[in-house]
Design a protein around this ligand. Structure first.
Ligand code: GFB
Length: 311
């Protein structure tokens, strides 16, 4: 989802000289394959949008896969870029790097100040290692490896699996199916009380592009020693509010039942985006508009075979 959005954004600026690898063509978990790919394509700049991602249940149930695959993907790309003499790199992390009870809104200085949320500790540890690796290589060897920490992302190209996905695609899928099948009840996980900040994926791509365009001195003075900035909208919503908005977007007017046997996860995750604002970037797509665009994509462009099989 994010990689495709970044490619769209780069093409909008007439950057046609792009090389990218899709999962079927290059296994980023294989160090030799990554080395061969970089040596054959010789990029000036590497953007790491690839990761093993999933929603709260996928993370909770497969901690081994989440830590192992993410460490392999990012370490192979960062280490092999460094070995190949590539001076510039952008690593995409996640707002789950912060402590479960971080002070809200969460500033970059909250990193490593407390215990992580247990449901996504493996993923978070991998992402922390990735940003630290970029920062340490930059500090020691003078390369320019930057990181961005996005809040919860959504949009076209997302994974709409009913169980393993994040909350927005999971609920779009379930509410849409209920409307199609004439069901008057949809089950939503948890208590409805957790609060999350959501960012439309094309805004994330725009922010990534903006961070890459920023002069090194300006980036360094905003991002500090760990060389990363938060990317978010600065606005959060309860899951209850989100479920109501998705019901409205999909035309569902039945009942919502809360399954409190499912985990809530972090109580609140709202990023402090003042560092990015100091670099003169802010988001442009509000949640209602982003949901409506995502739902249009889901109903019009996502192949029906995938819609039918993605559970
Ligand atoms: O999107 P989600 O899985 O992300 O869940 P996290 C957000 C909240 O929505 C949780 C609730 O409180 C869920 O219990 N929720 C309600 C649902 N219904 C659903 C549903 O049908 N599907 C899902 N997925 N949630 C993930 C991390 O945490 O966020 C990842 O596990 C990553 O590692 C990602 O960082 C951005 O914010 O809880």
């Amino acid at each position: 989802m994010v990689g495709s959005a970044i490619v769209r954004r780069l093409r909008k600026n007439n950057h046609e000289n792009l090389v990218f690898a899709e999962r079927k063509d290059l296994d980023l978990r294989e160090q030799d394959s990554v080395r061969e790919f970089l040596s054959a394509t010789k990029p000036d700049l590497v953007i790491i949008a690839a990761a093993k991602v999933g929603g709260i249940l996928a993370n909770r149930d497969a901690p081994g896969d989440f830590i192992l695959e993410n460490l392999l993907i990012q370490t192979n790309l960062i280490a092999e870029s460094f070995r190949a003499g590539i001076e510039r790199l952008l690593f995409l992390g996640s707002s789950c790097i912060y402590p479960k009870f971080a002070k809200q809104p969460i500033s970059e200085d909250e990193l490593l100040t407390g215990m992580l949320e247990p449901t996504n500790e493996s993923y978070a540890v991998a992402k922390i290692a990735g940003l630290k690796l970029c920062a340490a290589l930059s500090q020691q060897y003078g390369v320019d490896y930057r990181s961005v920490m996005p809040t919860n992302l959504y949009g076209p190209g997302d994974n709409f699996d009913a169980e393993k996905s994040h909350v927005i695609p999971g609920l779009i899928r379930r509410f849409h199916d209920a409307v199609q099948q004439g069901d008057d009840n949809v089950v939503v996980w948890g208590s409805g009380n957790p609060r999350r900040e959501f960012l439309y994926v094309d805004d994330m791509a725009d922010a990534s592009f903006h961070v890459l365009q920023t002069e090194k001195d300006s980036f360094d003075s905003a991002a500090g020693i760990n060389r990363f900035v938060n990317v978010g909208s600065g606005v959060d919503h309860s899951i209850r509010e989100l479920a109501d908005l998705i019901a409205k977007t999909t035309g569902f007017d039945g009942k919502i039942t809360w399954d409190t046997s499912k985990p809530d996860g972090t109580p609140r995750k709202l990023l402090d985006v003042s560092r990015l604002e100091s670099l003169e970037w802010s988001h442009s797509t509000g949640l209602e508009e982003g949901l409506s665009r995502t739902y249009s994509w889901y109903t019009q462009e996502m192949p029906t075979s995938v819609q039918a099989n993605s559970n």
